[in-house]
Design a protein around this ligand. Structure first.
Ligand code: PLP
Length: 365
């Protein structure tokens, strides 16, 4: 049904009865934190079998009415994306690789038996909410607007089959500056739980994966760690990723290793971008399996010098310490590594329009 093109789907702007006052907005933007404050608007597009995508609106942000039998509430037919609009050095606004999010959204939709949203409609919807909420960028350097597109099954039906009605929605949340003082290195807890099994939904960005990661994450927090590290489900040996970030290992010879996308790892856009930037620098990047034991041995022998995690929200986060049931080890000095900092700075400069964009990743609005 996904044959409609963006130019045939008109976004209707619904009047907002009570947008936040300039004072209320300024108070939020002075200290936005992450994910707890939202802008005035949301995008909603409906889908139903037979009609396809229709009724695209830029609406006042607010609660959505759902039948208590809506399929998403019972069988978790939900997918999402996460991307940012960045304030540019020249004062403009830009998106970073939104087509990559659109493509991944459709890959997730296919895995969850949901309708595909044409990529141009996805990107147009993102542009529409950024335009409607352009006053919601935190005024600090590096302030951005975090965008959360998602899709839910809304059909009221308790039988187990793909729903015949969906809503695509985008909400937006102002995000503060992650880059002010450089991220401190995090400590990881190696979980006995697994995140994704071969043939499962690990490569899809769906809420269900996150629901399953909450107990292992809480366990990591309870033990005093910042993040949970998941190993593969089959052998419980190979490093996969964190709850919401991909991992990179920097060797003493300057080469980089990251786990391959075999279906159990979420294909991060930050991951893919950093691989490209590292190769631009002339570095060798190997997408190959890396085991927890090898990681410990390489760290001890000095063969491995840095490890970092990456994702849209925090860009690049150095890993300082790894703990599990069989002990712990510290990476490098336990603080942020050199190449980690360099790659992060390269990526952030491109996202903020402060450096040339050789890959054509930045979409200026
Ligand atoms: C979203 C996500 C990532 C990071 O993807 P980016 O596109 O880089 O933001 C990594 N792992 C999981 C499980 C995710 O959901």
């Amino acid at each position: 049904m996904a044959t409609i093109a963006a130019e045939r789907l008109t976004f209707t702007r619904l009047p907002h009865p009570a947008p936040a006052s300039a004072d209320a907005r300024a108070a939020v933007l002075a200290n936005p934190g992450f994910g707890s404050h939202f802008t005035d608007h949301m995008i909603v597009i409906d889908w139903s079998e037979g009609r396809g995508w229709h009724d695209a609106v830029i609406a006042p942000r607010g609660p959505i009415a759902l039948d208590p039998a809506a399929a998403v509430l019972h069988y978790a037919q939900e997918i999402f994306e996460g991307l940012k609009a960045y304030r540019q050095a020249d004062g403009g606004i830009a998106l970073f690789r939104p087509e990559a999010n659109a493509a991944r959204f459709n890959a997730s939709a296919t895995r969850l038996a949901m309708p595909r949203l044409p990529e141009d409609i996805f990107v147009e919807a993102v542009k529409q909410i950024v335009a409607a909420d352009k006053d919601w960028f935190p005024p600090v350097e590096g302030g951005s607007l975090y965008l959360r597109p998602f899709m839910i099954a809304t059909e009221a039906f308790l039988g187990v089959r793909p729903a015949k009605e969906y809503k695509f929605i985008i909400i937006a949340s102002p995000a503060g500056n992650y880059f002010k003082s450089g991220a401190p290195a995090v400590s990881l807890w190696v979980s006995e739980y697994t995140r994704a099994a071969p043939g499962g939904t690990g490569a899809a960005k769906c809420g269900g994966n996150y629901a399953a990661s909450l107990v292992p994450t809480a366990e990591a927090f309870a033990r005093g760690h910042d993040q949970v590290l998941f190993l593969d489900a089959a052998e419980h040996k190979w490093i996969e990723e964190l709850g919401g970030m991909n991992l990179f290992f920097v060797m003493a010879d300057g080469s980089i290793v990251t786990p391959p996308l075999t279906g159990t790892i979420l294909p991060g856009i930050t991951r893919e971008s950093l691989i490209a930037l590292a190769r631009d620098e002339g570095l060798t990047v190997r997408e190959e399996r890396y085991s927890l034991g090898q990681w410990r041995d390489d760290t001890t022998s000095g063969q491995l010098v840095e490890t970092f995690a990456c994702g849209t929200a925090a860009v690049v986060t150095p890993v300082g310490k790894v703990c599990g049931e069989d002990g712990e080890f510290t990476i490098g000095s336990g603080g942020p590594g050199q190449l980690t900092g360099k790659l992060k700075a390269r990526l952030v400069a491109i996202q903020r329009g402060e450096a040339p964009d050789p890959h054509g990743w930045v979409m200026k609005l």
